[in-house]
Design a protein around this ligand. Structure first.
Ligand code: AMP
Length: 505
């Protein structure tokens, strides 16, 4: 029996026939049946271009329905889909192509010349283009190619995709994801979040990342549902579309923007049944404000490139602000001492480890890194610090590498940030550790003040007196207009550390 994930999707697509699969605001539409036909044409193009089972297909294109059809075609021919962040520069692409050695690189039409040069340098044999209006050489090749109706048989542990981590230190690593990894997670999430063919997902995330690609698209495909494809998050458009949608998946910044908008009401969200948040921490404040304004409790979940989704607040039952919920069915977790690896007593902070059919099989061509992070017993060291609270819900405390160790004491940035954020006049804050001659690291706060607020360093420090142990209190407070974030809304603390590096030296 073949375990090609595409077969599972294709069965559902046959059943759904003429029902919507992807639509756009410009009036473009693919039904499920259309997507099956188009993926066969694109699969024909891939074969003609020399893509064989197991080959990588690297893709750096702007968001479009055709990019998803290309993902499906890649699965269909048994090749490995490798999406790349649209923000990557030529130098970065050079690294990815030489590391992954794809058989084909699909780029944006405007980047074709540079891409051809990089492909030639790195030994990539074929380059095609794909634009956002069903244009580009790949679509022309597909139109002329003999459609490939068959589906290449695959084993459960054959690769379906490689997703490079957005690592902020060292080289980006290619997470190898199998048909089983993606298929099991999509089935689990569909069930956990009650997805059905009646759903219409408002899709405003990028499609080169696990959230917008696998969580959003695979769950939609598995359920036979539909998606409205938006090029990016735009609050005006979201408010217009919510009365016609049922689900929104977002990063926390989507929700902070919606909450700040006077158009957010129970009426405008009345038809929506689910708001999902992930990829970065949603503050309890945003969760509560959203619920007050709409009656909807945002469902926060936790996952990562290497593992797909691991932990989720429940569909039925309490969605607790400031937590990511409980392990999904089939997922096991343990919290361990970051030094010894021993399991810590209940309620204590430690390193979060996860195991399940969703967890990747290793980093592409990095056996040592794989051994360091994917343990022999199948648990993956996530790099996130977490605790399980008295309700059995998991709280993510932050990345292990963002932990500040000052004078030998562990300072968890989130704890300090939460106290600073309580201050009137503060929008948000980031707490970092900077090299310090006496303490090893000096706790440092970077604060975004509200417009017009006249907040001083002394006032912030005074607020912390008595609320936090002395060793947790920042030695310095800096004010900035905004925190640096990546496209998934994650605060880039390494950039802040670089910027303020010499503070104590
Ligand atoms: P990525 O591989 O880009 O998806 O990033 C995964 C990382 O994002 C995790 O290891 C966490 O640090 C963070 N993350 C994802 N979801 C959440 C969440 N709900 N709360 C806090 N951090 C999260």
């Amino acid at each position: 029996m073949s375990h090609n994930l595409f077969e599972t999707f294709a069965r559902r697509m046959h059943e759904r026939g003429d029902a919507d699969f992807i639509t756009t605001r410009e009036g473009r539409r693919y039904s499920h049946a259309d997507a099956l036909v188009a993926s066969a044409s694109l699969a024909g193009a891939l074969v003609e271009l020399g893509v064989a089972p197991g080959d990588r297909v690297a893709v750096q294109v702007d968001k479009s329905p055709e990019a998803i059809l290309l993902y499906l075609a890649t699965l269909r021919v048994g090749a490995v889909y490798l999406p790349l962040n649209t923000g990557y520069t030529g130098d970065e692409i050079r690294y990815f192509l030489s590391d992954a050695e794809p058989a084909l690189f699909v780029c944006r039409p405007a980047a074709v010349e540079e891409s051809r040069n990089i492909a030639a340098e790195t030994g990539c044999p074929a380059v095609q283009t794909l634009g956002t209006a069903a244009d580009g050489s790949l679509m022309e090749t597909a139109a002329a190619a003999t459609p490939r109706e068959t589906v290449e048989p695959r084993e459960e542990n054959d690769l379906a995709a490689i997703l490079y981590t957005s690592g902020t230190t060292g080289r980006s690593k290619g997470a190898m994801l199998t048909h089983r990894n993606l298929g099991s997670n999509a089935a689990t999430l569909m069930e956990a979040w009650h997805f059905s063919e009646n759903d219409r997902l408002i899709h405003a995330l990028p499609i080169f990342h696990t959230h917008g690609l696998f969580v959003a698209c695979n769950v939609t495909l598995m359920a036979g549902a539909s998606m409205l494809f938006l090029p990016k998050f735009d609050a005006d458009v979201i408010f217009e579309e919510m009365p016609r949608g049922t689900v929104l998946m977002g990063v926390p910044t989507f929700y902070t923007r919606l909450v700040a908008d006077s158009r957010l009401t129970p009426e405008v969200t009345a038809r929506m049944r689910l708001f999902v948040s992930g990829s970065a921490p949603l503050t309890a404040e945003t969760h509560q404000a959203f619920e007050e304004k709409t009656g909807h409790a945002i469902l926060e979940r936790y996952g990562m490139t290497e593992t797909n989704m691991n932990i989720s607040n429940p569909y039925d039952g309490a969605r607790r602000a400031g937590t990511v919920g409980q392990p999904l069915p089939g997922v096991e977790i343990r919290i361990t001492d970051r030094e010894t690896g021993d399991v810590v007593p209940a309620g204590e902070i430690g390193m979060l480890q996860v195991r399940g059919p969703n967890v990747f099989i290793g980093y592409w061509r990095m056996p040592e890194k794989t051994r360091e992070e994917l343990l022999e017993d199948g648990f993956f060291i996530t790099g996130d610090l977490a605790l399980v609270d008295e309700h059995g819900y998991v709280q993510i405390v932050g990345r292990d590498k963002d932990l500040v160790i000052s004078g030998g004491f562990n300072v968890y940035p989130k704890e300090v940030e939460q106290v600073i954020d309580e201050l009137e006049g503060v929008v948000e804050s980031a707490v970092i550790g900077l090299p310090h001659p006496d303490f090893g690291e000096g706790v440092t706060a970077v604060v975004v003040p509200k417009a017009g607020a006249e907040l001083t360093e002394g006032e912030v420090l005074e607020h912390l007196q008595g609320r936090l142990a002395r060793y947790k209190q920042p030695k310095r407070v800096f004010f900035v207009d905004g925190l640096p974030r990546n496209t998934m809304g994650k605060v880039q603390k390494n950039e802040l550390r670089k910027r303020f590096d010499t503070t104590y030296r």
